[in-house]
Design a protein around this ligand. Sequence first.
Ligand code: NAD
Length: 703
Amino acid sequence: MSDTIEYSRSGPIAIIALTNPPVNALGAPTRQALQRAFRSAIADPEVSAVVITGSGKLFSGGADISEFQNGLGEPGLPELLCEIEQSAKPITAAINGTALGGGLELALVCHYRVASASAQMGLPEVTIGVIPGAGGTQRLPRLIGVEKALDIITSGKPVSTQAAHDCGLIDQILPGGENFLVEAIAFTNAQLANGRATNARAVERAEPPQQPDFFASFRTKVAKANRGRVAPLRALDSVINATQMPLDEGLAKETDIFLECNGSAEARALQHIFFSERKVVQVRDIPAHIPARQLAGVAVIGAGTMGGGIAMNFLNAGIPVTLLDLSGEALERGISAIRKNYEISVTRGRFTPEQVDNRLRLLEGVTSYEELGKADLIIEAVFENLDVKKKVFAELDRVAKPGAVLATNTSTLDVNAIASATRRPQDVIGLHFFSPANVMRLVEIVRGRESAADTIRTALDMCKRIGKVGVVVGVCFGFVGNRMLEPYSRETHRLLLEGASPEAIDRVLTDFGMSMGPFAMYDMAGIDIGASVRKENRAAIAEDPSYCRIGDLLAERGENGQKSGQGFYLYQGREKSLNPEIPELIEREAKALGITRRHISDQEIFERSLFSLIDEGIRILEDGIAQRPGDIDVIWCNGYGFPTYCGGPMHWADEYGLDKIHRALTGYQQSLGEHGLRWFLPASSLSRLAESGGRLTDLFPNI
Ligand code: NAD
């Protein structure tokens, strides 16, 4: 019938299949084709009922989100769904696979819903800053009740077919596979014989919950879980409307709220991150057709904190792992840490004991490099020391099979220098995982001078297989994330000496939306780790004796943060309080360094910490270390707790105004004496753009 819809008949049943790979998105051409197919079915006297399904693995991934920012084509999904809803002939949604957003809203206007056991259903709109805009907030509560509907709508999380069946969202679970459609047709025939088709339109209003203050307490809960966000609360408002208004009025209000949310900074930010996370796989000068190398088996060198976490990712994806450490003892320690981690997952109900056994069966511990010859990918996660790493890579060069990808998990060291220890620098790459490596989604893929195109493609492919977002970056000290973290650390530490407290600085930055304050973060990551990174980077900071002074002193004293029970804060059980020695330490050091302490405003804390980080991000773009601003944003939102609803530091800077950032930086350059002159000269592109009134994306487009 069209490229995006297949229309067929099975006796009196018309079958309309969405055929718009990869996700059967409901963009304008698909909506037009769906409308034509639906009208044909209604007009055909030989058709008594309709089955709507999806071809391929999905039912429908929902709207074409690019339309949200570029304008919606005709017919709009809300109108089309109202037309389908009023069909005189019964319609079954045969949910063969994932049905999200507009896809689920399409299913909600049908008279019946059947789903394969492996399908998932959800309304993830709030995760991109909007509310369901094609009836989701009105029809779902009418069909399954307000409480369940609110959980699905305000969390944005999908539910399984079983859960959907339990709450009445679907009528029947059908076996998946080849017979699914046949079964769905049989179901529809059976309904024709004995059923009286109704749908959400038949329900005057959704029944409000019994508990009188339900909505008020739900609002408090949602606000707490979604700090700084508006869309989930507006979704709640819309669901409340479903309990108070007839359907058409509720739908009209839903459209208003959708449009209001879609015009918000929150929606722009979240949609920017959504698209940026999909764009990272497009790497300049690496054509899409370059295939990845085989990835059937992986080896990890170093069974420490990172090595263990990295190994778990592959075990979870069903990929065998050979784990190597220097001694049987170190190996045993690493393997028991992995086992313990999995045991915790079992107690939390994430995995069954059987699933854990299956994973552990894929893990082999070894102490000899000779055992690594089979691995397609070898990831080194030994101590952060160039000589040690070079020795490891020389060994890998000796034992790895030809074509194996050799990766280092270094956080700061020169990947080119590491590659030079081998005779195959084209196969060497950095894979910078974040801690805890089995949890954090981000991997910086560090492209060495000689990394081959298919080495990079293999790294990207690997990230996809283990559910990570991999961002390709260039070689420099700290790559993208840690390089930007440096000026943030520098300023937050310096502000202590000038008069601010760790608590005030942490409060200002968490109020902005950072998932943790900087000092709580240094304590969590290990103060010694930051200090040893600074040692490696001494040349760049040698002239500033105040540079992260307090952090370095704490590291010297072995007060390394959470792991030693004491750092900037004191940790006693679950209690955290300021380390009582910190105020005196700061005052003493400020005096020794000749820094006069004064009152520091929240605005100053905010500007100096964040704008320094943003300025470094601009330099990273100028140096070509990151390919686009969106890549930096993906890194900061996934690896450093930058609020996704602000879209990452580069997007946020464009929204906030580069001129304001530039003005503040030049102001500090003048007002902070030697410190200002040393560190606050704005990046040249920032100066240019501030003057022209441009955005970062004018110079560095997100393409
Ligand atoms: P770790 O000290 O916990 O573990 C290192 C392990 O490597 C130890 O088990 C040690 O026995 C083993 N090892 C040392 N030399 C070896 C060799 N020659 N051959 C085989 N095994 C050897 O260290 P970690 O925190 O897991 O860090 C490992 C790497 O990951 C470092 O390069 C670090 O910079 C990087 N990294 C760490 C973090 C973090 O937060 N910890 C985050 C990102 C990257």
